[in-house]
Design a protein around this ligand. Structure first.
Ligand SMILES: [Cu+2]
Length: 78
């Protein structure tokens, strides 16, 4: 997962159960990667930082940036 600007790319990612997903902030601006379900939260996530989370349950996991709440995306774990 990349944060190249004011969006998460890709916006929807489908992965099998047990996948470790890594986000990288490729933007010059700080963001957060924050689960709607409180599963994970990076707090302020600076330019160049990476964050990983392993999805061990199936479902649709929405997340967003708390600094820019219009930045939303989802991980679909199958
Ligand atoms: Cu942001």
């Amino acid at each position: 997962m990349s944060i190249p600007g004011f969006a998460f790319v890709p916006q929807t990612l489908r992965v099998p159960v047990g996948t470790r997903v890594t986000w990288t902030n490729d933007h010059s601006v700080a963001h957060t990667v924050s689960s709607r379900d409180d599963l994970f939260d990076t707090d302020t996530f600076s330019s160049g930082a990476t964050f990983s989370y392993t999805f061990n349950e199936s479902g649709t996991f929405e997340y967003y940036c708390r600094i820019h709440p219009f930045m939303t995306a989802e991980i679909i774990v199958e």
